[in-house]
Design a protein around this ligand. Sequence first.
Ligand code: UD1
Length: 358
Amino acid sequence: MKRILTIVGARPQFIKAAAISHTIREKFADSICEDILHTGQHYDDAMSGRFFKELDIPQPKYNLGVGSGSHGVQTAAMLKGIEEILLSAHYDGLLVYGDTNSTLAGALAASKLHIPVYHVEAGLRSFNRDMPEEINRIVTDHVSSLLFAPTQTAVKNLQNEGFKDGNIVFSGDVMFDNVLHYAPVAVQKTHLRIESSSFILATLHRDFNTDNHERLTNILSALNSITEQFNSEILLPLHPRTRKIIDSMGLNSFSNRICVTEPLSYLETLAALQKSRLVLTDSGGLQKEANFSGKCCVVLRPETEWVELVEDGAALLADANYDLILEATAKLIDKTPKPTTHFGNGHAAEIIIKHLVV
Ligand code: UD1
């Protein structure tokens, strides 16, 4: 029996961990024992607890409760807490997801104790080292024993950085597994707080957009104009960071056709995607979920790790440029992208776990 410690901390990691945890419980309960450690990076119910309930993820065995802070303060608290647990209990490996500070802390703590690190969503690169996530990904990949790449582009990025093929596994994307699993029930199980049956879904949380007044005002102005030019409602669930900044800057005079809500749950997000005409986002995960749900995406960033979506014409990069956002919206609204072939066969979780148990 292999004992694995899974590190989660931020909203997208709960979603990714759900796919693996369910598959362990359903198919590998005899060969692998998983404990979950929640760093506490996200702590509001709307950002954390709700996902465990809705996705039926086992309660974390450990919760470090580190909360918010600067990168150094937050990552250091996690590193210390994770190391203490790894020293007091025996684990054969540590599973980390994506590119958050929780990912980095887990990877550093385990690798220095010579515990193998398994990185799900390895090999993603924006080639923009101003993003904290890019630093987190690069460091995590370089201390990991097994690199689970969601796309062939991610495989190539790792090969270009000198990783040996034996350490790289093209697994496909666990987020694709999840959309296939949960989308059929999402609309029945949820009620969205928006009257219109067809709307644009927009999200915004990256620090380079929220913490830069010019970028934030450009994006919000573009959203206001889109409601008029495209005669469309916009559903805008706000990350707590974005809400705080919008309130503090007095930027909260939205068009009455923009429905501002709390962050959506996972099933609400999938239901919103199904009803949406288009997605505007600076999130990484939502770009893919839009595509898996048959919707196009305007990316509110200068670049993306998910280059396949841009190459396929399913996404356009508009950065925080007012004119580009309106142009991209005109090109993509109500357009259906061709079905994706880049993110595996919907069984990424099973492929990953098979590599963990050997
Ligand atoms: C983090 C990840 C980012 C990921 C995102 C998903 C890093 C560096 N960034 O960004 O890659 O896309 O999660 O959502 O790890 N806050 C609350 N309540 C919460 C959580 C956060 O109010 O439950 C507020 C706090 O003001 C906090 C701010 O949001 O300072 C930012 O939170 P933080 O965890 O630092 O980063 P995210 O922006 O959420």
